[in-house]
Write a protein that binds this ligand. Structure first.
Ligand code: DP6
Length: 366
């Protein structure tokens, strides 16, 4: 695999101070990534809708270290401070320190700066919505903004590709949070340009029914995740169904590619729901085993099925590695479905809380 393309080869300028702010979104997978090899190489290709309203805004201030400080360091160290929602958050530092360790080979300039990271999420931290995809993609974009200032002209295409590559090293799904509205990550024979190293925009023309597709996130359980993704992916090692699952996911991605181009809604609904339930089936059949759905998750799924049948609707659901439910539907059903959610589903959410989102277009520089 050609990771050399991401090494810094040109001479870098010296800049004393710089500051960049990026807004990057969360995403929701239609075909799921579950299982990986080192270093952050997915066992199968995945595809997601980029979201719009669920995002992270991150500013990174870079201040060049004094020459004396740099000379003194016998070993190179990455120096950073981290603030989340205005407060210093040392408990988040190990994950970011690990991220910097993984990217330092590709971003050697980080040793030369003291970095101050200020981050906020548009969604509540304790909502059960994973913030690693939006959080790490935002830092990756800030690093690429610095790299652009330091080196000769870099193309937007390269910046996005390398940002996705860096974000992936922090969290796999973060590689799918740089662009939108549909991103594939993982090498797949039917997706031209696809790679295990970074996400690429879905290369085909998508049927108009998927324009402005809606995602309402029902917050069934806002607690800390019962299974972290690091633990979760490891469950696929020696899992009795792993090889079949990876094969199935790649086949599903091929099928999904056709569905997205043709707009065959019944097939879309079937595949998206089957992927969600398969992800949870993998967790139920691993050892140790987990049930991440809550009783209210099942209540909601049954209500969605009833509503779909009674109203001839294209509503469907998907799930992350948790109890929350993502309700997906076309824009022309928005008024009716939001009414249905408010009247019949919000009671299954903690404090009746749900978030209305729509498909988005990726990272924005602020
Ligand atoms: C169930 O990207 O959070 O959301 O690479 O360990 O950070 P790490 O895992 P992560 O896993 C996401 C799993 C998923 C499915 C998906 O988004 O494809």
């Amino acid at each position: 695999m050609n990771t050399d393309q991401f090494l810094v080869k040109s001479e870098l300028k010296r800049i004393d101070k710089a500051s960049f702010t990026w807004q990057t979104p969360s995403n929701i997978a239609l075909v799921k990534y579950w299982g990986k090899n080192n270093p952050q190489i997915p066992k199968n290709a995945s595809i997601s809708f980029t979201l719009n309203n669920c995002h992270t805004i991150t500013t990174v201030d870079f201040a060049h270290k004094q020459s004396s400080e740099l000379d003194l360091e016998s070993e190179k160290v990455v120096t950073f401070n981290l603030f989340f929602e205005g407060k210093q958050k040392d408990e988040f530092k190990p994950k970011i320190a690990e991220f910097f360790k993984r990217v330092q080979e590709y971003c050697p300039y980080i040793f030369e700066y003291e970095m101050t990271i200020n981050s906020t999420n548009s969604f509540p931290h304790s909502s059960g919505i994973a913030s690693s995809a939006s959080g790490l993609s935002a830092i990756a974009m800030c690093l690429m903004s610095l790299e652009k200032e330091l080196s000769a002209e870099l193309s937007t295409e390269f910046i996005n590709k390398k940002a996705s590559f860096l974000a992936r090293l922090g969290s796999g799904s973060a590689s799918r949070s740089i662009e939108g509205p549909l991103v594939v990550w993982g090498k797949h024979p039917e997706i031209e340009g696809s790679s295990d190293l970074f996400g690429v925009q879905f290369p085909h023309k998508v049927h108009s029914v998927f324009e402005n597709y809606q995602d309402v996130i029902l917050l069934v359980d806002k607690g800390e995740k019962q299974v972290s993704s690091t633990v979760g992916h490891k469950l696929m090692i020696n899992h009795p169904f792993a090889e079949n699952r990876f094969k199935q996911a790649n086949e599903n991605l091929g099928t999904m590619s056709k569905i997205l181009q043709e707009g065959t809604m019944a097939d879309f609904i079937n595949l998206v729901e089957s992927e969600a339930l398969t992800l949870h089936a993998m967790m139920m059949t691993s050892n140790p085993y987990f049930i991440l759905m809550k009783p209210n998750t099942l209540e909601i799924i049954n209500k969605i099925w009833e509503y779909r049948q009674e109203n001839n609707s294209a509503i469907c659901f998907t799930l992350d590695a948790g109890a929350n439910v993502h309700v997906l539907f076309p824009e022309n059903e928005k008024e009716d479905v939001v009414q249905f959610i408010e009247n019949q589903l919000s009671k299954y959410c903690q404090k009746n809380h749900y978030i209305c989102d729509t498909v988005g277009f990726g990272a924005k520089k602020l």
